[in-house]
Write a protein that binds this ligand. Structure first.
Ligand code: NDP
Length: 263
């Protein structure tokens, strides 16, 4: 039995079991099952993974940095990002990957290549997006409420700004990677600043899924092309599935996961 799962806190809302199990059943990759495992203390992550006999899994908020530290080996992209969202057991070692970065790139594959992007937030997901943008030669600024999390980006040569030194340039893509709007009605920035950025932007993406956040409401009102985090969830899962089941028909996996999500 190939045992897979999503690890984090909370995990009860996660749609990952739904989409992974749909792809497993569709391709008759049984016996395999994808479950959810609440892990409150990140220090327990590896013990839970090993003692329950997991073959692989996805790690979500707030343990992606612990997953990075507790892997035996790291894929080079995950190593650069400093955060891991996928573990796979290979020859008795746990290998850490980051499929959020590739997943995000695919969500914007139909957009015109952005000339300049504003990434709001500086957490694990912002690291993944900014790193893959940098690898693709895209110009960007990472803007965060507090300055201390910006050091990672500055060390990589990525432009940064905080609320007390807002950038005064124009952006064609604005991405919200903060959790503002997830379980509250907050914007990730003061409204007047967001309006100024949206006035010259073409696209706005919020990586939160399952609700229309105040960030996306404002962008819609200002007639930007918008999307939430559903497609990112699907694409990061498609990439993870490829690592769990290299033998699977990958284009079929994407179709089935989208159907399971009702897309
Ligand atoms: P982290 O906890 O690593 O980072 C959170 C960031 O949000 C920090 O920069 C923090 O700023 C900022 N922030 C939090 N609250 C506010 C607020 N009220 N106003 C302004 N800034 C705020 O989180 P992750 O990067 O791991 O995840 C972020 C979000 O992305 C979560 O909602 C998660 O569910 C979602 N996500 C979606 C995915 C998908 O597939 N669609 C994949 C991965 C994540 P500060 O440093 O100042 O505290």
């Amino acid at each position: 039995m190939k045992l897979l799962g999503i690890f984090g806190s909370p995990v009860s809302h996660s749609r990952s079991p739904l989409i992974h199990n749909a792809a497993i059943a569709d391709q008759s990759l049984l016996p395999a099952v994808y479950t959810r495992k609440l892990v409150e203390n990140g220090k327990d992550l590896r013990t839970v993974f090993d003692s329950c006999g997991f073959f692989g899994g996805n790690i979500t908020v707030p343990h992606k940095e612990e997953a990075f530290r507790q892997a035996d080996r790291l894929d080079p992209l995950a190593e650069k990002i400093g955060a891991v969202n996928t573990w796979v057991r290979v020859a008795n070692q746990v290998v850490g990957y980051n499929t959020d970065a590739l997943g995000f790139m695919e969500t914007i594959r139909d957009y015109e290549t952005p000339q300049k992007t504003l990434i709001i937030g500086a957490g694990g997901t912002a690291r993944a997006i900014a790193t893959i943008f940098q690898q693709n030669g895209l110009d960007q600024v990472v803007l965060n409420r507090s300055a201390n999390r910006l050091r990672f980006f500055a060390d990589q040569g990525i432009k940064t700004a905080s609320w007390d030194n807002m950038p005064f340039c124009q952006f064609d893509l604005v991405i919200n990677t903060t959790s503002a709007g997830l379980s509250d009605d907050e914007l990730p920035l003061a409204k007047e600043h967001l309006i100024r950025y949206f006035e010259s932007a073409k696209y706005a993406v919020d990586i939160i899924y399952g609700k229309q956040t105040p960030f996306l409401q404002l962008a819609d009102q200002m007639n930007l092309t918008t999307q939430d985090g559903k497609m990112m969830l699907i694409y990061q899962a498609v990439h993870a599935f490829k690592l769990f089941f290299p033998e699977a028909n990958q284009s079929r996996v994407e179709t089935v996961m989208k159907m399971a999500f009702d897309l």
